[in-house]
Design a protein around this ligand. Structure first.
Ligand code: SDX
Length: 389
């Protein structure tokens, strides 16, 4: 057990490690989706076009994009029976608990008509999931606040439709602010994929057993929930609330460095990036745009986040460990400005990450894959006999 661990592909399916979808260079802060830099996609593309790219490997022609958008739009409704599932949850249940339940429940509606070895069937499942996640996310929110569910509208764009389902009611349908719709779309885009992180690896692991894609995505949502992963965006806002004001920043930075203190600087650090997360750079720019549009440039939490970032980036402890803001550091401030409640932040992350999850699932199923079986390093007892009576 103490010897050098040798890699034995017989045990860990090589297909569950190989991928052509996303490349990250953590030292240089590079993130490419099918070769395209995230900064260029954020500037020139949109969430559905990037979803198409992740799924199919190439940017769509205008005709392919129109067809894809039309397909997604016409699959945004969920089965009426699915609405009944919500009634079993307490109204104050954490939105991620409900999301795991209702996305997993999609299996009960579609799994028997799905042959995961058929590429067309896999594409249909991908379309259904990308289309229905925002509808389910909005239903989770409406259930939580006791308002009626809003149906999706086919005359609205993907992110505009999501904000319509979130904030409109049968009594009053207001036009969605296009700046907020664009910001929402950029947040979905920036979360769309990130190589084989904890939740994506969970989806691939579940998929390698032949489980249906709806159950696999539900397993990814479960893995994403943790505060070390997708739950960090919610944790950043709670951390900023806990710090309270700028005079407390030094005290909390000291806590973050204290190994005996469980406090960590949420939204900072990364398993791969030891430089600035390129998504955080785009997210910060989007944050400035949204807050300026809403006249919230003096938002106290934004000001505190910027001060915290400035001090931390100059601090030797964080610099020496390559701890920089990650995708979650600013996303929560934008989501809060859009009007999304803190408890829903990770549901938004899951909605944005769905194309990445399902692209990885599809990529593995399309290749010669085997069930994933990670090797362990056994450090327990050697064989020993049961004591004689
Ligand atoms: C996401 O993998 C992905 O791609 C994930 C993600 C995606 O898109 O899917 O990018 C999304 O999950 C982003 C990360 C969101 N999580 C947070 O913001 C939570 C706060 N961050 C930390 O919990 C932490 O940075 C992790 C979990 C993200 C990484 O943990 P690691 O790998 O243990 O960190 P590390 O090995 O780089 O740590 C090096 C050192 C350690 O100290 P030493 O033992 O060297 O003395 O830095 C310390 C850590 O204790 N450290 C922190 C810290 N993060 C690491 N100290 C204070 N605050 C932090 N945030």
């Amino acid at each position: 057990a103490k010897g050098k661990f040798t890699y034995d592909p017989g045990f860990v399916s090589t297909a569950s490690c190989e991928s052509k979808i996303t490349y990250i260079d953590g030292g240089a802060g590079i993130l490419l989706h099918r070769g395209y830099p995230i900064e260029q996609l954020a500037e020139n593309s949109d969430f559905l076009e990037t979803s198409y790219l992740l799924l199919h490997g190439e940017l769509p022609t205008q005709e392919e994009k129109d067809k894809f958008v039309n397909t997604i739009t016409h699959h945004t409704m969920v089965h009426e029976q699915l609405a009944q599932f919500f009634k079993g949850f307490r109204r104050d249940a954490h939105p991620m608990a409900v999301m795991i339940g209702v996305v997993g429940a999609l299996s009960a509606f579609y799994h028997d008509s799905l042959d995961i070895n058929d590429a067309r069937h896999r594409e249909i499942a991908a379309h259904r999931l990308i289309a229905k996640m925002p509808t389910l996310a909005a239903m989770v929110y409406k259930y939580n606040i006791g308002q009626p569910f809003m149906y999706p509208r086919n005359d609205l764009g993907y992110s505009e439709n999501f904000l319509h389902m979130m904030f409109n009611t049968p009594c009053e349908e207001k036009e969605v602010n296009p700046v907020l719709a664009r910001a929402m779309d950029k947040i979905f885009l920036l979360h769309a994929d990130h190589e084989q992180n904890a939740s994506t690896s969970t989806v691939r692991m579940a998929g390698s057993t032949g489980a249906n894609p709806y159950a696999c995505i539900a397993s990814g949502i479960a893995a994403l929930w943790g505060p070390a992963h997708g739950g960090a965006n919610e944790a950043v806002l709670r951390m900023l609330d806990e710090i309270g004001d700028e005079t407390q920043i030094d005290k909390y930075l000291a806590k973050a460095k204290d190994k005996n203190d469980p406090f960590r600087l949420m939204g900072f650090g990364h398993r791969v990036y030891k430089s600035y997360d390129p998504r955080a750079t785009v997210m910060k720019k989007t944050c400035d745009e949204v807050l300026a549009e809403l006249g919230l440039e003096d938002d106290p939490q934004l000001k505190m986040a910027m001060k915290l970032e400035k001090i931390a980036l100059e601090d030797e402890y964080f610099k020496s460990r390559g701890l920089y803001p990650n995708v979650d550091f600013y996303s929560g401030i934008i989501l809060k400005a859009i009007g999304i409640p803190t408890e829903l932040f990770t549901v938004i992350f899951a909605t944005g990450r769905t194309p990445g999850w399902i692209a990885h699932w599809n990529e593995m199923l399309a290749n010669d894959y085997r069930i994933a079986r990670p090797r362990q390093l056994y450090t327990g007892y050697a064989k020993r006999d049961y004591p004689k009576k």
